[in-house]
Every structure is written in structure tokens, then in C-alpha cells.
Write a protein that binds this ligand. Structure first.
Ligand code: OSB
Ligand code: MG
Length: 369
């Protein structure tokens, strides 16, 4: 692919509103952008979804920077990459650090697609020209605030509503939402806030006709989830617990879930995400694309993977305007009637805007072979 340089940028962007999950509240989005340049001056872009603190998983902005700088980028200089599909095997002896791997791999996919003059989604083998999306709503100060947010997003056309839950913000809240919106597609995400001791409590959620319950139990568990799934009518969807095709295979074999949330960063890149998709399609498990409050660059990657045929459930890829006063890309991601039209331009199909990227860059470093 004739790589010329790789630039990392540490970014900080203020979100329109704070986002609260069972593990904490986030006001500002800190993340790393990756720009890979080739000898002809083309650029490919990737985004690390590791957060500032290790609350969702063990990775952070700081650890990702270190792993990329000291280990992953040097590996890319050692071995010429002819296709981004090779990247995961080049990185395979580096344990975990999936979000760091994914950020580099994603930039290489964008660059490769641009070199081929094809949209990334086509290079990945995607078929859909528009994708259905839902929205993820954080924990709110009051039920009435939550209800008015849901009202707004349902009116805007989002195809399903996901609400975050935690002990103390669960059954009563879901009951109030169902009471007010009896027919919407609704799901909950616990971000690992419960244990098997809560099994009877969680079983109460069965009465609300939820599409699924996302990651109720520990972030690293597939055993207890299998026990829980046996007691629930509502499908369990795993997020945090699935880092690879191997994890997906084991979770499906154990009956730990009936749905998988695929996040490109969590599984180490687009190639692994596609493998999990292919496996789930063959096994008859629906998948959907999760989100990590991405800027437009990560968002564009999510849109590309969601065009694969097994992504049959609406994902968390909401419009740019749900998160940002101004996003880093042109045009911004827009949602109409719950659909995003997949761009047909080469690569990600959205143009990163350098002035805006500079505005939100705290520091950067460029690496050359
Ligand atoms: O669990 O899916 C999650 C955001 C940050 C960390 C974890 C999660 C989320 C979301 C938001 O649910 C999805 C989005 O809107 O990007
Ligand atoms: Mg989740």
C-alpha cells in the first residue's frame, strides 16, 4: 500500500449533552484519530474508540497511544501491507489492545478503498445502500426527562430506542416508558451492572416486550449469561464480553446470548468484525453495530460495516447532530426516517475537515518508516 507516514492526534471534543451509563458520566469525548498517508499523498482515517478512562474496557487513550507508537506502528514498517485484511495477522502476537489495533486497521481500510477508488462498504462486501438506525439514551435525572427525549427521537424517526439501566434505574423506568410508548421497539443496556443474584429482578423485564437486554452481567462473563438466558424470555445481547470470533463461537455454543452487538474497536478491527458477522449469519443470530460516541470518522466506519447482510437490527449509529455541535466530516451523518443513506464516494465517503480536526487536536505525532 506504499505507506509514507502515520499521524496520531489526541482529540478532545465537547459533547452536546453528557452521556451517563452504569459506569459513569462522560461530558467530553477524548479519543485518538489516525491518519495514514501513502506515497501519492492520499490519506486514510481511523478512530480509536478507547475512552479517557478504563471504565468500558481496559483500554484508554493513553494506553492506545503507547501501544500504537511502540508496538503496532513499528510492525507496519517491518512488513509491507498489500491489503488491510493482512493487518490483523501482522498484529496477532500483540495481545489484546483491540481498540488500538482497530484504529490503525481502519485507517488502512479507508486508504485501501481510496487507492481502489471504491467506497469502503463495497470493499467490505456490503450490499445495503441505506441502513436502519436506532439511538442509545443515557441515564437521566428524571423519568419525565427520559420520556421527553424518547418522544423527540421517536418523532425524528429512529427505528429503536435503547435506554441505559442500572440498579435503581430499571424496572420502574422501563414500566413508565412502556406505559407511555406501548408499541415502540425498545431495549435496555446494563453495561455489566448486575450479577446472577439479580436473576429474579432481571426476569421482571420479560413483561415489557423488549427486543433484548444488552450485557446485564459482568464485562468478562459468558457462563453466568448462559444461566441467565435460560431463565429469560427476552433475548440477551452481548457487548463487552465479545472480543473476537472465538468469543462469539463460545458464547453461541454456551447459549450465553441470542444477539451480538458488534463494535469494530472492541473486536480489533473491520476484518474481525466481518468474521463475527459471517459466523452469526451462518448461525442465524442477528447482529447490529454498536457505538462508542464516535466522531464522524468512527461513525463512517460503523456505517460501512452495517451494510453487510447480517446486520438486520438497527444499530446505535445516530446522526452527527445527536452528539456534536459540528462534526469532523463533510457532509455530516444525517438520519431521515430512521435511515442513513450510505455514501458512494471512495473510502469512508465523508470528507474529514482539516480545520475542524485541528481545532480539536490537543497534540499530535507523526511517524515515518
Ligand atoms: O455500551 O453500547 C454501549 C457508549 C459508550 C460506551 C458504551 C456504550 C455506549 C453507548 C452509546 O451505548 C452508543 C452511541 O450512541 O454511540
Ligand atoms: Mg453496550
Amino acid at each position: 500500500m506504499q505507506l509514507h507516514s502515520i499521524t496520531l492526534r489526541a482529540m478532545s471534543m465537547r459533547m452536546k449533552s453528557p452521556f451517563t451509563t452504569s459506569f459513569g458520566t462522560q461530558w467530553d469525548k477524548h479519543f485518538i484519530l489516525v491518519e495514514v498517508r501513502d506515497k501519492d499523498g492520499r490519506s486514510g482515517w481511523g478512530e480509536s474508540v478507547a475512552m479517557k478512562e478504563p471504565f468500558y474496557n481496559e483500554e484508554t487513550v493513553g494506553t492506545n497511544w503507547l501501544i500504537m507508537k511502540e508496538f503496532l506502528i513499528p510492525l507496519l514498517w517491518q512488513k509491507p501491507v498489500s491489503h488491510p485484511q493482512e493487518v490483523s495477522s501482522i498484529f496477532s502476537h500483540i495481545r489484546r489492545n483491540n481498540m488500538a489495533k482497530s484504529a490503525l486497521e481502519g485507517a488502512l481500510w479507508d486508504l485501501y478503498a481510496k487507492q481502489q477508488n471504491l467506497p469502503l462498504y463495497r470493499v467490505l462486501g456490503g450490499e445495503r445502500t441505506e441502513i436502519q438506525v436506532g439511538i442509545s439514551i443515557g441515564i437521566q435525572d428524571s423519568v419525565s426527562k427520559l420520556l421527553s427525549l424518547i418522544e423527540r427521537y421517536v418523532t425524528e424517526g429512529y427505528r429503536r430506542i435503547k435506554i441505559k439501566i442500572k440498579p435503581g434505574w430499571d424496572l420502574d423506568v422501563v414500566a413508565a416508558v412502556r406505559n407511555r410508548f406501548p408499541d415502540i421497539s425498545l431495549m435496555v443496556d446494563a453495561n455489566s451492572a448486575y450479577t446472577l443474584d439479580d436473576i429474579d429482578h432481571l426476569a421482571e423485564l420479560d413483561q415489557f416486550n423488549l427486543m433484548m437486554i444488552e450485557q446485564p452481567l459482568a464485562h468478562d462473563d459468558i457462563i453466568d449469561h448462559a444461566a441467565l438466558q435460560k431463565k429469560l424470555r427476552t433475548p440477551i445481547c452481548l457487548d463487552e464480553s465479545i472480543h473476537s470470533l472465538e468469543d462469539a463461537r463460545k458464547a453461541v455454543a454456551l447459549g450465553s446470548c441470542r444477539i451480538i452487538n458488534i463494535k469494530i474497536g472492541r473486536v480489533g478491527g473491520l476484518a474481525e468484525a466481518r468474521k463475527i458477522h459471517d459466523f452469526c449469519l451462518q448461525k442465524g443470530l442477528p447482529v447490529w453495530c454498536g457505538g462508542m460516541l464516535e466522531s464522524g470518522i468512527g461513525r463512517a466506519h460503523n456505517i460501512a460495516i452495517t451494510t453487510l447482510p447480517g446486520f438486520t437490527l438497527p444499530g446505535d449509529t445516530a446522526a452527527s447532530s445527536r452528539y456534536w455541535e459540528k462534526d469532523l466530516i463533510e457532509p455530516e451523518v444525517t438520519v431521515e426516517n430512521g435511515l442513513i443513506r450510505v455514501p458512494e464516494r471512495p473510502g469512508l465517503g465523508y470528507e474529514p475537515v482539516r480545520e475542524r480536526i485541528d481545532e480539536f487536536t490537543m497534540y499530535s505525532e507523526t511517524f515515518r518508516p
